[in-house]
Every structure is written in C-alpha cells, then in structure tokens.
Design a protein around this ligand. Structure first.
Ligand SMILES: NC(=O)C1=CN([C@@H]2O[C@H](COP(=O)(O)OP(=O)(O)OC[C@H]3O[C@@H](n4cnc5c(N)ncnc54)[C@H](O)[C@@H]3O)[C@@H](O)[C@H]2O)[C@@H](O)CC1
Ligand SMILES: [K+]
Length: 474
C-alpha cells in the first residue's frame, strides 16, 4: 500500500495543475487506506490536504487502520462524513482524490455513498480516482449505481478489463497503470487475457530464409458488389501486406478492372454475376484460407449462393461484414460453418446475429456463449476487440485507437486474418496476432497522421512497421 501511495504521489507531483488544495475522499477499505497514505505523503511534501472519511460504523480494514493511526501520529485530523451535511464544499481550485472504493466493491452504491458520489460529480472540479473510479464494478455493468466521473484514474499494475469497455470510458477518464511491483497484465485469476506484445511475441513466427511464395499460403478473398468494390481492394491489399504468398480475389464482373488496377499483385476472378456475386464457384482445395464478406451485399441471389458455398466448405474460413449479415438472415447456417471459423462482427453486426444486449458485459458473455455453442472464434470489434474462443478462453486486445473507427478498417482486419490463416497460423493464433497487428498498425499510423486523418488504407500502409515492431521485441 505504501508503494502504491508513493507511486500515486509521484504521479500527482509530476502532473501538478496549480491546485491550491487536495481534497481526499476515503472509504474504510484498502482503497481508503491508499487515500490516507497519499494524504500523509502529500502533506509531508508541503501540499495542503483535507481528508474526508465516509463513516460506515465499522473500524475499517487493517491497512486502513494502520494508515489512520499514522495520520493521528502526525496530528492530521480527517473529517468523518456521517450525513449529507458533512459533504465537502469545493472551490474551483480544489482537486479531488477519490479513494472511496476500489476493486473490493461488490454491489452498486446506494444510500450515503451514492449521494456522496453524485455530490462530487456535480461539483465540476477535477477528480483523480485511485485504482478504480468509485462505484465502478469490475465484473459486471455499473449502470445501476452512480460512478465517479474521473479525469484520470491511477490504477495499480493491472489493466482492468472493465476499463476496456466503451460503457466505462466516461468514468475512468485517462487511465494510467502504475507499476507497484506486482504481476503485470490482468490479475492472475482474471477470466480474460490481455493481448500484448509479450503474448504476441510467443505466437509470431519469423519466415524461413529458404521460404518461397508457395510456403506462405494462397488465400482467396470473396466479396464486392456495385459501389463497394473498395472493400475488396482493401482486404486484398491487407492480405498481401500481412504476408500471404499468393492472393486471389473473387468479385462480380464489374469489379474485374478495379481489382486488377488497384491491386496488381493479386489474381482476380469473376463469375456470372455482373454487379453482385451469385454463384460462388470456388474450388476451395486451391486455397489455404478463404475470407468472405467485404462489400458483398445481401441481395437474395448472393445469399443463396453464399449458403450453398458454406455447405461445401471443409476448413475454417473468415466471415465479415455482409457475410455476417447474410448469416443473420439465415441463422440456421451458423451450425453449418466449419468449426474454428472466425467471425468478426462489430456491435451492430453482432446484435443482428445473436440479439440485442443490455450492456457491454452482457454482450461479452453472449459472445463467449455463442463461440462455445457453435465452435467458432468470435472477434467482437471495438476500441479493445474481444476474441472469444470455443474453449471458453477470452482475450482483449491492447492496441488500437479511435482513429480506426473509419470505413474499411474492418475489411483490412478480414484480409489480415485470412492471410495469417493461410500462412499456417491456427484460428486462435490468427485472431490474437491479427487484432494486435491491426491495432498496432493503426497506432503507428496515428502517430504520423492524427486520429482524424487516419483512413483504412493507412492501416495497411503501416502493417510493415507493425510487423517490424513485433519481430524486434519477440
Ligand atoms: N495487491 C493489492 O490488491 C493492492 C490493493 N490496493 C488497494 O486495495 C483496494 C481494494 O481494497 P479492498 O478489497 O479493501 O476494497 P475497497 O477498499 O475497494 O472497498 C471495499 C470495502 O467497501 C465495502 N463495500 C463493498 N461494496 C460496498 C457497497 N456497495 N457499499 C458500501 N460498502 C461496500 C466492503 O465491505 C469493504 O469494506 C484496491 O482497489 C487498491 O486501491 C493497494 O493498496 C495496492 C495493493
Ligand atoms: K477509488
């Protein structure tokens, strides 16, 4: 706790914002203990602190009591909040440090604690939360109770899964994970694994110097329709840049010159359909992997051909975009998909396929259930994409940024995943490496371009730098 408090104080001193006074609000668990220790350390450095303790009528955790005694020893007198009249009145030059509840919160806040959180949020002063914004539950949705809206959260050691969910973004503000010398990543018994450089480094396979293009897979990208041929261009380029030895593309006739011109490295096939795919004449034995869906449309003839194709597939494929929308219209097809196939829905596509969910936690749970039920890998795309595996494992990606919320970004991911499958990665490894690479290429792209200016083609353009970074640290 002393180490945690010292790290917080160091961060606070490095980010001084001209505040006259630090108001520290403590609970009586260990999060409150952190708050008391932070108060003492700040005061030792000559900073004016006012400490409030929300009174629960019990002594508090052992570490809380130890730190309360240390305050008494230094003649620092905290205020005890017993009713709403004891709530702190704050000035614009105050900074609030929120140490009410941390990871030990086990139910939504109510009563005086809920009123205090609402009061603090209404003051309009900056709040820095210690470990977790008070009121946030780490393993279920916090929608039922009030939660502190922090500008910054100083969290200890672990990236908490709840911080990765869109519904919690407004509460945490910017998250800073401080190293206090404990195990890194998610906590050891967490039901999720973080996809980080360390994990990806164990999966990435460097190429044999004697390899030739036949060693790195021949992959087929299937999709495209009038007005959406760019999706196929992006996914084919991504498949090439992600390392496939050969890339073929199947598009309706109207796409032939587009693909041949925009992606000369790819081979292009067309079929009877002029403006949309109808027949899906695919000799699957010719390819090591197939990705289906970008820009494909959901016309009745396309759906018919697509469902016939699915019943003939013999190995796992990647399905995205309109392939998922076709599936959503004929959900019985889900059970005909080759086991180990990869589905890459964003939130809307996921809900069309599997139903609407109340909150992010419910959606994650449903994705895990569906992955298990159908024997599929489901990549639920978002700021931090989830990979749900059929054996119940679940992973959260740590790369990526808001600049990647741009048209075509998903088509690029489809190309990357198909390419990795084609190079012999298992479905699980293709998902883990694929989402990480995709996000990392976006992160590198944003450094040069800004979140606003990044477009999907830039993700493809930065795949090389992303591979180099992964390889250099593997
Ligand atoms: N290795 C660690 O785990 C470390 C933990 N530390 C701190 O310890 C915190 C966890 O401490 P605790 O487990 O004591 O828990 P917290 O301090 O988060 O709060 C739990 C306390 O609140 C009570 N409580 C739970 N839900 C409540 C509700 N809805 N309304 C009112 N009371 C409620 C509990 O009975 C308990 O007394 C972390 O967030 C972090 O701040 C740090 O000191 C650093 C090291
Ligand atoms: K807190």
């Amino acid at each position: 706790m002393e180490r945690a408090a010292a790290q917080c104080v160091q961060w606070l001193l490095q980010h001084k914002g001209g505040f006259n006074r630090y108001t520290i609000i403590c609970g009586k668990g260990n999060n409150g203990g952190d708050g008391l220790a932070i108060g003492r350390l700040l005061q030792e450095r000559g900073i004016e602190v006012v400490i409030y303790i929300l009174e629960f009528g019990h002594l508090g955790s052992t570490d809380f009591q130890v730190n309360l005694q240390r305050l008494h020893d230094r003649h620092i007198q905290p205020h005890f909040i017993q009713t709403e009249s004891g709530f702190p009145q704050l000035a614009p030059t105050d900074l609030v440090i929120d140490a009410l509840f941390g990871s030990g919160l086990n139910r939504p806040l109510d009563g005086l604690a809920a009123a205090l959180v609402n009061h603090l949020n209404a003051q309009g002063v900056p709040i820095i939360s210690i470990d977790v914004p008070s009121g946030m539950l780490l393993e279920e949705s916090s929608a039922q109770g009030p939660v502190i809206r922090a500008g910054h959260t100083l969290s200890f050691q672990n990236t908490k899964m709840a911080f990765l969910l869109p519904e919690n973004g407004a509460f945490t503000g910017q998250v800073h994970v401080l190293d206090i010398g404990l195990h890194k990543g998610f906590s050891e018994n967490a039901p999720y694994t973080l996809i980080d450089q360390k994990l990806v480094g164990t999966i990435y396979k460097s190429r044999s110097p004697f390899g030739h293009k036949g060693n790195f897979g021949h992959v087929l990208m299937v999709g495209g329709a009038t007005g959406k041929m760019g999706a196929m261009v992006l996914s084919a380029k991504a498949a090439l840049r992600a390392g496939a030895g050969l890339v073929s593309v199947l598009v309706p006739r109207i796409g032939y010159f587009v693909v041949q011109t925009a992606v000369p490295e790819a081979m292009c096939m067309t079929e009877a359909g002029e403006e949309k795919l109808t027949e899906f004449n695919i000799e699957s034995f010719r390819y090591e992997a197939i990705g289906i869906g970008p820009g494909m449309g959901t016309a009745a003839e396309t759906q018919k051909g697509f469902s016939t194709l699915l019943s003939n597939l013999e190995y796992p494929v990647v399905l995205d975009a309109d392939a998922l929308n076709c599936l959503a219209q004929q959900p019985t097809l889900l059970s005909t998909l080759p086991k180990g196939s990869i589905l890459t829905p964003h939130q809307k596509e996921f809900e069309r396929l599997f139903g609407i969910c109340e909150n992010d936690f419910a959606r994650i749970q449903l994705a895990q259930e569906m992955a298990r039920q159908y024997g599929l890998y489901i990549i639920l795309k978002g700021h931090h994409s989830l990979v749900a595996a059929p054996d119940g494992q679940a992973f959260f990606n740590s790369t990526g940024n808001a600049g990647m919320a741009t048209g075509g970004s998903g088509d690029v991911l489809t190309g990357i995943l198909t390419s990795l499958l084609g190079q012999g990665y298992t479905s699980l490894h293709a998902c883990i490496l694929g989402v990480y690479l995709h996000g990392l290429a976006g992160d590198i792209g944003v450094q040069q371009l800004s979140e606003e200016a990044l477009v999907a083609g830039d993700i493809v353009a930065h795949l090389g730098a992303a591979f180099r970074q992964i390889r250099s640290q593997a």
